[in-house]
Design a binder for this molecule. Structure first.
Ligand SMILES: Cc1ncc(COP(=O)(O)O)c(C=O)c1O
Length: 347
């Protein structure tokens, strides 16, 4: 079978980690109860409590949009608003799913580095109590951000404390939370529960799973009706074990951490090499597995003929390159050589 080049377009382009495949195979031999009433799902739930703290509640879903949308539906009423950045995945890449399913408004705020700051939220709160305006109810941030930057623990703690002191709940889109923990050198609990956040969409797919994400409630009251919301939201898997065992494997033997560290290291290597190329500029601090660059459009188009990748901001000539746990040094070097050639007007 033809093997395609490793891509720098998205961490979703990667393979399934062999240990995850093995975990799937290991449970593919008998009948167990469906919809999560099986011993494998029970074991994965226990694993989450060990990793994120005994106080959390976890629910498995199919994908990241589903985790965000159903999680937020458990947090916000239709007359409320979810404050996020203008580049948040929920704002630009989910086809209005939050607005449609949770029924509430998104309230996007500008952000140059992908982060939301308490002082930006303050003016929005002026509408509280005014019946003509959606009422701010939730702050949703992405960790890592869509621009590959990472909130420090202090930044997250301050944001959560500010939100709570203003009766707002805090949701984290953690599609790449493992990369953030790896960058910060803290545990998954340290970057989530310990910062005071209420609900986390915990990513699996970008870090080695075939598919599957988890909604983790640190504020357990919010989980009260979640099982109904998940079902209505079409995110209840009948063969739940096949999501659960993947997470059990991911959270065992620090597979989540090793995968994230590898992806981050490959992005750092790529950024280091790219930086040396005249005419190319790194536009965001490289803190996770994303490298944002600006380069002449013609060079980008030449490069895209060999390696597909997405423009981030067409007007500014800004592009996004992503690495994965299965990106190898040699892939980075080959890609770097292709970038150099494209910058010199060659294919
Ligand atoms: C920040 C962020 N959140 C969530 C998702 C999950 O999306 P999906 O519904 O494609 O799994 C992604 C995937 O690209 C993402 O980048």
């Amino acid at each position: 079978m033809k093997r395609y080049k490793r891509s720098f377009a998205s961490d979703n382009n990667s393979i399934v980690h062999p240990k995850i495949m093995e975990a799937l195979n290991n449970v593919n031999n008998s009948h167990v109860l469906s919809y999560g009433d099986d011993p494998y799902t029970e074991s994965a739930r226990k694993r989450f409590k060990e990793v994120f703290g005994q106080g959390c509640e976890v629910y498995f879903v199919f994908n990241g949009t589903g985790a965000n949308v159903t999680g937020l539906a458990a947090m916000a009423r239709p007359h409320q608003a979810v404050i996020c950045t203008e580049n948040a995945h929920i704002n630009v890449d989910e086809c209005g799913a939050v607005e449609r399913f949770a029924g509430c408004r998104l309230w996007p705020l500008p952000s140059k580095d992908g982060k939301l700051k308490p002082e930006q939220i303050q003016p929005v709160l002026n509408v509280l109590g005014n019946q003509h305006h959606s009422q701010p109810g939730v702050v949703s941030v992405s960790q890592c951000t869509e621009l590959g930057t990472v909130y420090s623990i202090e930044e997250l703690k301050n944001l959560a404390a500010y939100a709570h002191s203003n009766n707002l709940l805090v949701h984290v889109d953690g599609a790449r939370i493992a990369n953030a923990a790896a960058f910060l050198g803290v545990s998954l609990k340290g970057v989530t529960a310990d910062t005071g956040i209420d609900v986390l969409s915990f990513g699996g797919t970008k870090n080695g799973l075939m598919f599957g994400e988890a909604v983790v409630f640190f504020n357990r009251q919010l989980a009260e009706n979640y099982k109904y919301i998940r079902k209505q939201g079409t995110q209840l898997a009948s063969k739940m074990r096949y999501i659960a065992v993947q997470f059990d494997a991911l959270l065992s033997d620090e597979l989540w951490l090793n995968n994230a560290k590898k992806a981050n290291a490959m992005a750092a290597l790529l950024a280091g090499e790219a930086e040396k190329i005249p005419g190319l500029k790194i536009t965001q601090p490289v803190q996770s597995n994303g490298v944002f660059v600006s380069m002449p459009r013609a060079a980008a188009e030449r490069l895209q003929q060999q390696y597909f990748f997405y423009p981030w901001n067409e007007e500014k000539g800004e592009y996004r390159w992503m690495t994965s746990f299965d990106t190898e040094e040699q892939d980075v070097m080959e890609f770097t050589a292709a970038i150099k050639a494209a910058m010199h007007g060659q294919h």
